[in-house]
Design a protein around this ligand. Structure first.
Ligand code: AMP
Ligand code: MG
Length: 336
């Protein structure tokens, strides 16, 4: 339904009573529940088929709610710096967990992830609920995160009572996650706020190994979500790191009706296979915005092998690279 004032009030009340709702945010659509209600939060895991050891982000609509609802044990100094610069916005900050946070939210960890989103509808829903909202992406676990209300409906129909349609998500990939519960602030997941921006504010920021590399067997994930192979399309996705001509030639040499290309917009007219463009080369904003929709489109076909462009790793492209390399199960072909 449309996010009218009335509908937002209805959804806010339902959330306060323990129900779930699909809601738009500037990153991706979220599957929201009252973050202070363990039983309601447990329903999120059921609807998504999400492993219980994968913690959720708590969304607020005002910085003061952190203290008012006892979400955090103590607000680290650096959290104020980040909040001043990037909140409201696509940044999640991990802090020491407060007494009000149920174990379902933090997956038993001693820390909690907090985000203050900028989307006017998200903020209005949180305010209407008058509760912080736990909200992971509103997809079935293992599917690409939803960037339209249609994606949410596809995955959640029959499982949740409400979906608010706020159009296409502006950022298109999930929030940046940074932890302040480490000796040096550490980037756990790249997203809409870039590593470069974080360094500008904090100085030193480490990058967790799992951002760029596959975790070794038995290696502990600082960010539990990173241990799962996310967003895997049904087709076998292989990234090809090559210049423009070589990429085109490589794909066209393998052209048949079971092969596709996840490519830049300008590649499309040159390719002899079904292509799924996800933005122009170098336009990282467009790439982030369109990636998940392109992955879902591939799933609508019976294509078996998809060759993908290997994204850059600077700025917002790091978030695109991080998602794509995981979709591809870290399979990359490098052409000299
Ligand atoms: P999603 O809401 O689906 O974008 O997933 C949220 C992700 O945030 C999880 O998969 C974790 O990787 C990360 N996260 C949430 N809470 C914590 C925490 N307390 N410590 C580390 N990472 C967290
Ligand atoms: Mg998710």
């Amino acid at each position: 339904m449309l996010p009218t004032k009335e509908n937002i009030t209805t959804v806010g009340r339902a959330l306060r009573q323990g129900m779930l709702a699909g809601i738009p945010t500037e990153t991706v659509y979220g599957l929201a529940a009252n973050a202070l209600d363990g039983a309601a939060v447990a329903e999120i895991f059921k609807a998504k088929g999400r492993p219980m050891d994968n913690p959720l982000i708590v969304h607020i609509s005002d910085f003061s709610q952190i203290e008012r609802f006892s979400l955090v044990r103590q607000i680290p100094e650096k959290a104020y710096l980040l909040a001043r610069k990037f909140w409201p916005g696509p940044l999640t900050v991990i802090m020491p967990k407060g007494i009000a946070i149920p174990d379902e939210v933090s997956a038993g960890l001693d820390t909690v992830a907090i985000r203050f989103p900028s989307h006017p509808v998200t903020k209005a829903v949180i305010a209407a609920a008058d509760r912080p909202l736990a909200a992971p992406s509103a997809n079935t676990s293992g599917s690409p995160s939803p960037t339209t209300a249609g994606h949410v409906y596809h995955d959640m129909q029959g499982k949740i009572p409400y979906i608010l349609d706020g159009g296409i998500c502006e950022v298109g990939v999930e929030s940046t996650v940074i932890t302040l519960c480490a000796p040096v602030p550490m980037l756990l997941r790249p997203g809409g706020i870039t590593l470069e921006q974080l360094k500008d504010v904090l100085g030193d920021v480490e990058v967790n190994d799992a951002v760029l590399h596959k975790l070794k067997d038995g290696e502990k994930a600082e960010s539990p979500g990173m241990k799962y192979k996310h967003y895997a399309p049904k087709a076998d996705l292989i990234l090809v790191k090559a210049d423009d001509d070589k990429f085109i030639r490589f794909v066209n040499d393998r052209a048949d009706e079971k092969t596709g290309a996840l490519c830049y917009d300008e590649d499309m007219p040159l390719l002899n296979v079904r292509s799924f463009p996800f933005g122009c080369k170098g336009d990282y904003t467009a790439q982030a915005n369109r990636l998940f929709d392109a992955l879902r489109e591939i799933d609508e076909t019976d294509i078996q092998t998809v060759y993908g462009r290997c994204p850059d790793t600077q700025g917002l492209a790091l978030a695109v690279y991080n998602r794509l390399i995981r979709s591809a199960g870290f399979e990359v072909i490098e052409l000299a």
